[in-house]
Ligand binder design. Structure first.
Ligand code: ATP
Ligand code: RIB
Length: 314
């Protein structure tokens, strides 16, 4: 039996307003639609992995409001086990998202219940974490919890994938515990302490090498429409191109990638093939609206790849 993927992370309700462009400070724009979707980086990665057939459990916190009930239901509908998710006496996490006509977004996250996930919860779930095939985490829960988790997984030799999002500088002690670091361009630049928040093609290898020197074992730079760049412990350096699609909403593309990459690795694919597969899953997700609803099943992915091979999606 395949080992379990355990996600330690945030669960949010996304309140999404679409308009032709994302409002600048002081500007009011007329929007076209308002929708709510289950989201949160942790929950999105868990749903992405479960839809693809992974055995997934999530450890997180929900509020004692109507959003909390809806969010738990969405996770369970996708096949994610929510046993360790406790409900706290506060609001559920919420993300206010503006999307534009090109599918780009701007997000404000209000942590709510996510802020209650503490090192005590890592301790209380040590058996679950010890048995995991891989643990996925992100930075929408308190940093001290992520650091405690990282010390634990390192001590127990359980592979840890850290999506360092939202962007913030991280300590060498934390990076040294990370097996798979998966920043997007902005996050990589923040970790590297760069003013400039873009990486040219020529800068990718140097940026990834510097992140490896900071102590993490493998780095995958997620590069949006450019695909991703892998720098692995065995010396592999490889750019994987993105699929050509018409993007309607890129929210959670990175989460689709991480969930799929974890399933790929646990099903025995090597890292390069896992990244190719994850790029396909993420590309399909950006052709759909919302975070969790955009995560595909294997059948949907197969149809997408067939259509790609005959040039139907772009
Ligand atoms: P998010 O924060 O929206 O979840 P991210 O910023 O962490 O995403 P991105 O690099 O934007 O991560 O996207 C992750 C992956 O999704 C990319 O590596 C790429 O494979 C795929 N992807 C993203 N945008 C597109 C696009 N417009 N077309 C095709 N593939 C895309
Ligand atoms: O990565 C996308 C997610 O970030 C959204 O679902 C939103 O909840 C924010 O947390």
């Amino acid at each position: 039996m395949q080992k379990e993927i355990v996600v330690v992370g945030s669960i949010n309700l996304d309140l999404v307003a679409s308009s032709s462009h994302i409002p600048r400070a002081g500007e009011t724009v007329a929007g076209s639609t308002f929708r709510t979707f289950p989201g949160g980086k942790g929950a999105n990665q868990a749903v992405a992995a479960a839809r693809l057939g992974g055995a997934v459990t999530i450890l997180g916190k929900l509020g004692n409001d109507a959003f909390g009930v809806e969010l738990r239901d969405s996770l369970e509908q996708a096949g994610v086990k929510t046993g360790p998710v406790e409900t706290v006496a506060d609001s559920s996490g919420v993300a206010l998202i503006n999307t534009d006509a090109a599918g780009e977004n701007a997000i404000t996250v209000i942590p709510g219940a996510n802020a209650y996930l503490s090192p005590v919860d890592i301790d209380a779930n040590s058996e679950l974490l010890r048995r995991a095939g891989i643990v996925l985490t992100q930075l929408e829960v308190p940093l001290e919890t992520v650091e405690c988790l990282a010390r634990f997984t390192r001590q127990e030799r359980v592979p840890l994938m850290l999506d360092p999002a939202p962007a913030r500088p991280l300590s060498p002690a934390l990076l040294a515990c990370v097996d798979w670091l998966t920043p997007n361009e902005t996050e990589a630049c923040v970790l590297l302490g760069r003013e400039e928040k873009n990486l040219s093609q020529a800068e990718l290898q140097g940026a990834a090498n510097t992140l490896l020197q900071r102590g993490c074992k493998n780095v995958i730079l997620k590069l949006g429409v450019r695909g991703c760049y892998l720098a692995l412990a065995d010396g592999t350096r490889r750019a994987v191109p993105a699929h050509k699609v018409v993007a309607v909403d890129t929210t959670a593309a990175g989460d689709a990638f991480n969930g799929a990459f974890a399933v790929g690795l646990l099903s025995g694919k090597d890292p390069v093939h896992s990244a190719e597969w994850a790029c396909a899953v993420a590309a399909l997700s950006v052709t759909r609206h919302g975070a969790q609803p955009s995560m595909p099943t294997p059948n949907e992915l197969e149809r997408f790849l067939e259509a790609q091979s005959i040039g139907l999606n772009s």
